[in-house]
Ligand binder design. Structure first.
Ligand SMILES: [Zn+2]
Length: 60
C-alpha cells in the first residue's frame, strides 16, 4: 500500500500550510448599489443579480 515513509514534522507541515489562504476572497462591485460583493453571487446589500431583484431586502 502506498504509505508515507516518514512522519512530516509539525514544523514542515506548518511551513507548507503557511502559504494556504494568503489572499482574501475576490470582490466585485455591485452595479446596482456599488457595494462590494462576491462575484457570481446575488448582492446581499440590495438583493439583485444582473439587475434583477432576487431576494427581498427589508429597509430601515
Ligand atoms: Zn447591490
Amino acid at each position: 500500500m502506498a504509505n508515507p515513509k516518514h512522519k512530516i514534522s509539525r514544523a514542515r507541515r506548518d511551513k507548507r500550510r503557511s502559504h494556504h489562504k494568503l489572499t482574501p476572497p475576490n470582490l466585485s462591485v455591485c452595479p446596482q448599489c456599488h457595494e462590494m460583493k462576491l462575484p457570481h453571487v446575488t448582492c446581499l446589500n440590495c438583493g439583485t443579480y444582473k439587475g434583477k431583484a432576487i431576494i427581498a431586502v427589508e429597509e430601515g
